[in-house]
Design a protein around this ligand. Sequence first.
Ligand code: 4NP
Length: 151
Amino acid sequence: MKVLMVCLGNICRSPLANGLLRDKILLNNLQVEVDSCGTSSHHVGEQPDERMMETALQYGYDLSDLRSRQFTVDDFDRFDTIYVMDSSNYNNVIRLARSEEDKEKVKLFLNELYSGKNMAVPDPYYGGEQGFEDVYELVDKTTDIIIEKLK
Ligand code: 4NP
């Protein structure tokens, strides 16, 4: 099983989801791979946002080894499930799909927590510290649910 987390810049929301899920996979001895990327090329090669890394570290998650990369069409072949953080990411990924099979892999991340609500993980990039805290809470709860599904 291979899971991909996708946001816009791959420096805030999706690296957090990547970092939390990979540590929870290890804790639960699951045979699952996780990676993350962004639909934009804007931050390629960069470490996660300092504020996101700081928030994650306060809860014991180290994101410092992660580097931003851009989503490519090959990701449809490499991953079983592609979780997107908001509807804009969803549209950007779906636009690149080559088949119905590709499209079926793409899911809104927060629908695992709030089923059928099509809610977004809010983009914290232009906001204050509380935004990062709010994103952490949502991503922590949702990755717990994903782990239960993967068991
Ligand atoms: P992310 O947040 O998609 O959660 O990584 C953003 C990071 C950077 C930008 C937007 C969102 N940006 O416009 O540079």
